[in-house]
Design a protein around this ligand. Structure first.
Ligand SMILES: [Fe+2]
Length: 320
């Protein structure tokens, strides 16, 4: 349930107006505005910390730029996140043993799979079951293909929501591999301005269903029905994918209109949508904002590698 005094409650017009004015004031206009140079990600200076926190408060995201270059250093990435209260990693079954996923192409033999590949780990079985070697190649993040607009873990059940994530670049693609990014709160704002009914439709408890599935190991997972927009601890959270394969939207006029409006909004490249390419040593820290990845090319001897960590926490300011 959404508290009636939340600015995100569709009936709270005054609260929404005040929140909206504050949200749009001095909203960054370019991807470069999100970048904060940091000397040591394991121990941020106060100035670095406040710069990142200021951006996250405004846009739900920040890009940090470290001197790590192509160093494979997950520990620094983990420690940077921990300084913002990100500690509870999602144990998805494709993650490495430490809970952080190494996103690198594994589709050498399977380049033609394209849209037949699975959106992400959406169709994976029970947590804790490790895939056989090579299984990752059937999941789009582990291919060279583009990934359309989505938020991470949209298919997760309520007790495993992904509220924040980090994406750290170790090796960049030779060409492509850019990310589009958009603050989900800004998307909410545009949708509510267009028609408050879109908000009500996406907040409905039965707005979306992740279809039941039995994976190769025979593990059954029931249908998961829930809202696309929800509020947790005062934070707005959006579950969304532009894909249609691993998600079933409620088949009524107002839900389909809301989903179409969001799709059109994202396709229109509105103010506040950013496109950038993470360079080695750079990373995104965000409250699970909307994002894409463009298709890319790399070389066998220099594969694109990004570390992705997903958290059940929201980003917090621990330095007051
Ligand atoms: Fe993602």
């Amino acid at each position: 349930m959404i508290p009636p005094d939340s600015p995100f409650h569709p009936d709270n017009e005054a609260g929404y107006r005040a929140w909206r004015a504050e949200k749009l004031a001095a909203y960054p206009g370019r991807g470069e505005d999100l970048v904060v140079a940091v000397k040591d990600p394991r121990q941020l200076t106060d100035a670095e910390y406040q710069a990142i926190w200021h951006l996250v408060r405004k846009t739900n995201m920040a890009i940090y730029a470290t001197p790590l270059g192509e160093r494979e250093d997950k520990e620094s990435v983990r420690q940077l996140a921990a300084q913002f209260g990100l500690e509870h990693l999602d144990a998805n079954w494709l993650a490495d043993e430490d809970g952080i996923s190494s996103l690198t192409p594994q589709d050498e033999e399977g380049k033609a799979r394209g849209e037949n590949a699975v959106s992400a780990e959406a169709n994976a079985g029970a947590a804790g079951v490790k895939p056989q070697s090579g299984d990752r190649s059937q999941y789009i993040p582990y291919t060279h293909h583009r990934i359309r607009w989505h938020t991470d873990g949209y298919y997760n059940p309520a007790e495993r929501r992904i509220y924040a994530m980090t994406l750290h670049c170790v090796r960049a693609a030779d060409a492509g591999g850019e990310n589009d990014l958009m603050d989900h709160e800004l998307a909410y704002l545009y949708l509510r301005d267009a028609n408050p009914e879109h908000i009500r439709a996406l907040m409905a408890e039965d707005a979306m269903t992740i279809p039941a599935r039995v994976d190769e190991s025979g593990t059954a997972r029931p249908d998961e029905t829930g809202p696309a927009l929800l509020v947790d601890g005062g934070h707005l959270h959006l579950r969304y994918t532009a894909r249609t394969k691993s998600i079933a939207w409620k088949q009524d006029e107002r839900t389909l209109a809301a989903v179409k409006a969001l799709e059109d909004l994202l396709a229109s490249n509105p103010p506040g949508a950013f496109t950038l390419k993470l360079q080695p040593g750079m990373g995104l820290i965000c409250n699970n904002v909307l994002h894409t990845r463009s298709g890319f090319t790399d070389r066998p001897e220099h594969r694109r590698l990004l570390y992705r960590a997903r958290y059940h926490d929201h980003i917090r300011n621990l330095r007051g």
